[in-house]
Design a protein around this ligand. Structure first.
Ligand SMILES: [Zn+2]
Length: 162
């Protein structure tokens, strides 16, 4: 299997395969230092770009330092993430042809004021990289904000396994 990083139509750089990948194959590991959520929030409080991946209940996050951090979000992805014994794998959910960009659904949460707009170009693009649950939570927060109770959280976005 050959993965390369090059510029992507979705966002900045992306991760592409040079060889065919069969459905069910582990394409990459999302690896990097493990931080507590509190440490990560402190490190990335002011940063618009984060490569955090929440483990388990989200109290520990992986600070991505790996090939997989270049994999872009798509609302119609060819991979999914799975957490196995504290490690996160990016696994093909269909056969992937040589030259295709590798994508998975970020299911973001914890984004503060950031809208995390999605430009994946999928027919059923939901317009944001947030998970469905997070979108609901944000709608409630927005209503609260409109009624004067502002949600002041400003933390880095974190991805998670579905
Ligand atoms: Zn999308």
């Amino acid at each position: 299997m050959g993965l390369i990083i090059r510029s992507s139509a979705i966002h900045a750089a992306g991760c592409y395969t040079t060889t065919a990948i069969r459905k069910g194959t582990r394409v990459a590991e999302y690896d990097g230092p493990r931080l507590s959520k509190r440490e990560a929030d402190r490190c990335y409080e002011q940063s618009p770009i984060t490569y955090l991946f929440g483990l388990g209940n989200g109290s520990i996050v992986i600070d991505g330092h790996c090939m997989a951090m270049f994999i872009n979000h798509s609302c119609n992805p060819n991979c999914e993430t799975e957490e196995v014994d504290g490690r996160v794998w990016i696994t093909a959910i269909r056969d992937i042809a040589p030259g295709e960009e590798i994508t998975y659904d970020y299911c973001l949460y914890d984004g503060g004021d950031d809208e995390a707009v999605c430009n994946c170009g999928a027919k059923k693009c939901r317009g944001t990289m947030y998970s469905h649950e997070e979108r609901s939570r944000r709608r409630v927060a927005a209503k609260k904000a409109a009624s004067g109770k502002r949600d002041k959280r400003k933390t880095g976005k974190t991805a998670r396994a579905r």
